[in-house]
Write a protein that binds this ligand. Structure first.
Ligand SMILES: NC(=O)c1ccc[n+]([C@@H]2O[C@H](COP(=O)([O-])OP(=O)(O)OC[C@H]3O[C@@H](n4cnc5c(N)ncnc54)[C@H](O)[C@@H]3O)[C@@H](O)[C@H]2O)c1
Length: 258
């Protein structure tokens, strides 16, 4: 039997209740990690924790708003109370404010607050815990939007470019503490936001896969499943990636290679 890759590790996944975060929680649980699901979506988070516990793996849900310092403080306190450590942090929570330059101040604040400040707040609270235990691994969720232009994506893309830059800077600052920091940068993934946007265009999964603006924009000519992104997150979080830090790994079916 292949040894499990995260046995004995405690993994915190923000935005773990849905989409890529949910797939990551399930994938990490298969690999032996104890899972902390931190999300504003209480019903999805609770349901997933129960589902994982039913398999014999260990998971807890902590209702958390990553953009609130008090909420993040409570999250870390809860984890330390239950597990005493945090080995892996996945900064996955994000909000999709897809706007051009006419975005309002409120819209800018909302997207910066969750996607950029939220990542910074959670990381700032978790790093001392990792340092105390001798190291750890952080994986941030970037995007193809960190690097390429897409119509009316100014707000969201600015935050995803910030994530990629923060990944490199944090990798530099935390290397001496044996904490590796990387980002996974997905192409289009079949989660709630993509289902909603394609539905608005009258598309379902198979017609969206074939559409030149959706699946067709990727060399592999389809949209990714969340588990395919979770597999890349797992690799970077595991000891198999022991000499990788500061990397933005494209998991985009060739989208940006063209
Ligand atoms: N879906 C895609 O095509 C795609 C592509 C590239 C990158 N990404 C990135 O992957 C990550 C996950 O995306 P997804 O499509 O799975 O999204 P999703 O909306 O399915 O899931 C995001 C989760 O984050 C939670 N969340 C939102 N605001 C929060 C907050 N303030 N505090 C805590 N939790 C919060 C939501 O409740 C939800 O459970 C995001 O960082 C996104 O930018 C997604």
């Amino acid at each position: 039997m292949t040894p499990k890759r995260l046995t004995g590790k405690v993994a915190l996944i923000t935005g773990g209740g849905n989409g890529i975060g949910r797939a990551t929680c399930l994938r990490f649980a298969e690999e032996g990690a104890a899972i902390v699901i931190a999300d504003v979506d209480e019903s999805a988070g609770q349901q997933l924790a129960e589902q994982i516990n039913d398999t014999g793996a260990r998971a807890i849900f902590v209702s958390t708003d990553v953009s609130s310092e008090a909420s993040v403080g409570n999250l870390v306190k809860e984890i330390l109370g239950q597990f005493n450590t945090i080995d892996v942090l996945i900064n996955n929570a994000a909000t999709f404010v897809l706007r051009g330059i006419d975005a309002s101040i409120v819209e800018w604040q909302q997207v910066l607050q969750v996607n950029v400040l939220g990542t910074a707040l959670v990381t700032r609270s978790v790093v001392p815990v990792m340092k105390d235990s001798g190291g750890g691994a952080i994986v941030n969720l970037g995007s193809i939007s960190s690097f390429i232009a897409q119509p009316a994506f100014v707000t969201y893309s600015a935050t995803k470019a910030a994530i990629s830059s923060m990944t490199r800077c944090l990798a530099e600052d935390l290397a001496a503490s044996h904490i590796r920091v990387n980002a996974v940068c997905p192409g289009t993934v079949w989660t709630g936001i993509v289902e909603e946007l394609t539905r608005q265009q009258g598309l379902d999964r198979s017609t969206a896969d074939a559409h030149p603006d959706w699946g067709g924009a990727h060399m592999l000519h389809r949209i990714a499943d969340p588990r395919e992104i979770a597999n890349a997150i797992l690799f970077l979080a595991s000891d198999e990636a022991s000499f990788i830090t500061g990397e933005n790994l494209m998991v985009d079916g060739g989208y940006t290679a063209r």
